[in-house]
Design a protein around this ligand. Structure first.
Ligand SMILES: Cc1cc2nc3c(=O)[nH]c(=O)nc-3n(C[C@H](O)[C@H](O)[C@H](O)COP(=O)(O)OP(=O)(O)OC[C@H]3O[C@@H](n4cnc5c(N)ncnc54)[C@H](O)[C@@H]3O)c2cc1C
Length: 308
């Protein structure tokens, strides 16, 4: 039986694992792969202490850092997906896809999330060629350009606000008539002359030679198709947290994210913590995921000592 199992090898899972190994807890990390979501990025500019690093190198660094501690206190189970977590009295059972079940006293869930992808003709072809899912990461590359933001929720408005600081214009494209964001934010942005909105739009396709240069949508009210020129499309239509395997145990909010105590990262179930993009934490970045996971680990460590 382990003291602790950590699920996920992104920045959150890696952070928790390094700290757990240094505290010599009997730990296992189980992850389908190392690195996490941002490893698809060509360059990551805001990983603290490293002015720029490719996503691939970042994931290799995570793996190297973890393997450095592999040994009597740390088992590394890579290439395996967790499919079920259950609890039997005070023992937590973690089942992986290949059928094996591991037992642990404590669990940190750091399985992140996947971005909801834009569904339109050619959208997958232009990912990282004008279509992006992260304004903080890629926004500055679009300095002085006319860009589009897809999605009229808080994330869409926050992304637009960030982009308005340096883009020539930002046009939000929203599928319905009503926004799903805070009134005060909506009002503030609508007052900005560089910000435009297109509502009731059904996005059909994106096009371009090598990089994107236009988006075509159908007006749901009139049925008329429009094509708008653009060099950048920021997609903010939500995330899909990877929490299906734990849904029946811990409390999940209406967006499918694990609800945690923001002070400790503990979930609704004692002995289970969560950190990073799979949680209801408000902001999602690599550094935040790592910080929250270390917070979870510190709390889990005290809890394990107390419940020995
Ligand atoms: C395209 C893109 C670019 C980004 N660029 C930046 C950036 O430049 N800077 C920045 O700070 N943030 C960036 N972000 C945000 C950042 O990637 C996330 O906030 C961060 O990765 C969250 O870390 P995490 O560890 O919580 O989850 P993730 O990074 O999602 O990692 C989850 C881990 O869990 C594993 N996993 C998932 N499900 C299972 C399962 N069932 N069983 C076992 N393992 C599982 C995955 O393989 C993965 O290793 C970007 C996001 C995207 C989508």
């Amino acid at each position: 039986m382990y003291d602790l199992i950590i699920l996920g090898g992104g920045p959150a899972g890696t952070g928790a694992t390094v700290y757990a190994a240094r505290k010599q807890l009997k730990t296992a990390i189980i992850t389908s792969e190392f690195g996490g979501q941002s490893t698809v990025s060509d360059t990551i500019y805001n990983w603290i202490g490293t002015p720029s690093i490719s996503g691939m190198d970042l994931s290799l660094n995570f793996k190297k850092h973890i393997l450095f501690y592999k040994g009597p206190f740390l088992d590394v189970i890579e290439g395996e997906k967790v499919v079920e977590v259950s609890k039997n009295d005070n023992i937590i059972l973690v089942k992986i896809e290949s059928g094996k079940t591991y037992e642990t006293k404590a669990l940190i869930i750091a399985t992140g999330s996947d971005r909801r992808k834009l569904e339109a003709i050619n959208a997958d072809k232009y990912e990282h060629k004008g279509i992006t899912y992260c304004a903080s990461c890629d926004g500055p590359l679009y300095d002085g350009q006319d860009v589009l933001v897809i999605g009229g929720g808080n994330a869409g408005f926050e992304t637009s606000a960030q982009l308005l600081a340096y883009c020539k214009s930002v046009t939000m494209i929203h599928r319905s008539d009503k926004f799903r964001a805070d009134e005060i934010t909506i009002k503030k942005l609508l007052e900005n002359p560089k910000f435009k909105v297109i509502k009731n739009a059904d996005i059909l396709r994106v096009d371009g030679p090598q990089f994107i240069n236009s988006l075509t949508y159908k007006d749901k009210i009139t049925g008329v198709e429009h094509t708008i020129p653009t060099t950048g499309i920021f997609v903010e239509i939500g995330q899909i947290p990877n929490v299906g395997f734990v849904k029946n145990i811990v409390d999940i909010n209406e967006f499918g994210k694990i609800i945690v105590d923001q002070m400790t990262q503990m979930t609704s179930v004692p002995g289970i913590w969560a950190a990073g993009d799979c949680t209801n934490g408000r902001y999602h970045q690599n550094n935040i995921a790592t910080g929250d996971a270390v917070k979870a680990l510190e709390d889990a460590y005290l809890w394990i000592q107390k419940n020995k």
